[in-house]
Design a protein around this ligand. Structure first.
Ligand code: NAP
Length: 490
């Protein structure tokens, strides 16, 4: 990958704010530096929205709402379908931009582009399926008519770890439902979202229907929107801490909210598991996205009789991962997104060692530039170690043991989070028992990856509210209206 090619691709990414169909500079003229996490160098500068720009974006979304809601569902679907085709045709460009701003290896960026694009296709097919019902009241006289309509202008806030897919997972159902939106991408990774916004315009999304406002002052810019009665919906993906405070802010307007928050996924390996499959699944669940995923396996809970064997095999496989810039062909583990993220990972590992864990692989920050952290395995981690309670968001696999199924379930549920669990077992009844006993929004049985645009993604407990994707995803952007009708035969 030549530097000239990288510059050409970056030069094609819009760097303004998209408001009312126009690319414009921030009202203050301010810009945000975007860094390559593998070098720390600035690779682009994008407009840094002010609170006034935020309100201008809401003005545009509110002005476009009625006509977008009145656009035929089929037409909304066809625009989404065109967006899917364009993103797919330009997958290499999206993948490179994503790797440059976020760090993951190109192969993983390609996978995210395919995953992210799939939400556009999925919801292009859901748009014409929005429907209601007509029923006879139980007393046989009155009739009930139930219809759906778009919620209205929506604020969509996305994190840096999946810069394209988190945007498509919100924008696609919003557009399908007939909602206009203001997207605030993460300040660390605005480029993928800006390139996607350009694709939406090319696909035929009318002016004002999608507005994009990167900003370095998230709270100051989104706060006035959340307080504005024209906004009808807030969809947020990010940390539980920020999500909690946004729910509180949204309460003043009784705003509809969807919250995709943090996770602390347990990865359970039972004594009857296929260990080869469990190790493959563990690599996927742990090292995809460098561990910077809300669905990353955060705790390996392994039956005591197979713990030594599983650990040895996982260590052997994780030792093969190669840290490097995501554009290098032999890189299998990119850098973490920034210094703060790497410091937190290093601190959690140091804390685990102080708690009594042993570093069996990795655990040391390499010298040189970039925010690299090696694939790391910790064994003999005590059940009360902090690293088993907090999101690691890095390539660190802490392994601990359990004695029986009851203890496995108790440990797995001992968390404020409930996003996803993984379990490896050959016993079907056990898998089904687990699905009923684990406190989780999603459960992977003998698989290390559950994310699928056709399935409802989301968590219970402090992992969030609402679902994205699947048949459920569009409901987050629809209101229900009930119309009571007098007995037509009376
Ligand atoms: P974060 O700090 O909560 O930020 C997420 C987004 O919220 C960013 O766009 C951020 O803007 C914005 N934000 C921060 N403070 C805000 C405020 N006061 N008001 C309004 N917006 C604000 O999370 P992160 O570190 O970027 O992302 C990692 C977290 O996301 C992890 O906890 C992970 O589990 C979670 N996540 C969850 C899911 C899921 O579907 N459940 C998926 C992916 C990630 P800035 O960029 O300017 O800070």
């Amino acid at each position: 990958m030549s530097a000239a090619h990288e510059s050409d691709v970056l030069a094609a990414v819009p760097t303004g704010l998209l408001i009312g169909g126009q690319w414009r500079a921030a009202s203050t003229g301010a810009t945000i530096d975007v860094h390559d996490p593998s070098t720390g160098e600035v690779i682009a500068q994008v407009a840094d929205a002010s609170p006034e720009d935020g309100l201008a974006a809401l003005d545009a979304a509110a002005a476009a709402q009625a006509s977008w809601a009145a656009t035929a569902p089929r037409e909304r679907g066809e625009i989404l379908r065109r967006a899917f085709e364009i993103v797919t045709a330009r997958a290499e460009e999206f993948a490179l931009v994503m790797t440059l701003e976020m760090g993951k290896p190109l192969a993983e960026s390609r996978a995210e582009v395919a995953y992210g694009a799939e939400f556009l296709r999925w919801f292009s097919e859901e748009a014409p399926r929005i429907s209601g019902r007509y029923a006879t009241a139980p007393d046989g006289r009155n009739r009930l008519l139930v219809t759906k309509r778009p919620v209205g202008p929506s604020l969509l806030i996305t994190p840096w770890n999946f810069p394209l897919a988190m945007a498509t997972r919100k924008i696609a159902p919003a557009l399908a439902a007939g909602c206009t939106s203001v997207l605030k991408p993460a300040a660390l990774t605005p480029l993928s979202a800006l390139l996607f916004a350009e694709v939406l315009r090319e696909a035929g999304v009318p002016d004002g229907v999608v507005n994009v406002i990167p900003t370095s002052r998230a709270g100051a810019v989104t706060g006035p929107l959340i307080a504005d009665p024209r906004l009808r919906k807030l969809s947020f993906t990010g940390s539980t801490e920020v999500g909690r405070s946004l729910i509180a802010d949204a309460a003043h307007q009784v705003l509809r909210v969807s919250m995709e928050l943090g996770g602390n996924a347990p990865f359970l390996v039972f004594d009857d598991a296929d260990l080869d499959a469990a190790v493959e699944g563990a690599l996927l669940a742990k090292l995809r996205n460098g561990g910077e995923a809300c669905v990353a396996a955060n705790r390996f809970l392994v039956h005591e009789s197979v713990a030594a064997e599983f650990s040895a095999r996982l260590i052997e496989r994780m030792a093969r991962y190669v840290n490097g810039r995501g554009t290098e062909p032999d890189t299998t583990l990119g850098p973490l997104v920034d210094g703060a993220t790497r410091d937190k990972v290093a601190e959690l590992v140091a804390g685990a060692v102080a708690d009594g864990a042993r570093v069996a692989l990795g655990g040391r920050i390499p010298s040189g530039r970039g925010y690299f952290y090696p694939a790391t395995v910790l064994v003999d981690v005590p059940h009360d170690a902090r690293i088993l309670r907090e999101e690691i968001f890095g390539p660190v696999a802490p392994i601990t043991t359990f004695r029986d199924e009851d203890e496995a379930v108790r440990l797995a549920n001992d968390s404020e989070y409930g996003l996803v669990c993984f379990a490896y077992t050959r016993d079907l009844n056990r898998a089904l028992r687990l699905s009923e006993r684990l406190e989780t929004g999603m459960f992977g049985i003998n698989t290390g990856l559950v994310s699928n645009p056709a399935a409802p993604f989301g968590g219970v407990k402090q992992s969030g509210l609402g679902r994205e994707g699947g048949l459920e995803g569009i409901d987050e952007y629809l209101e229900t209206t009930y119309i009571g009708i007098a007995d037509p035969s009376a």
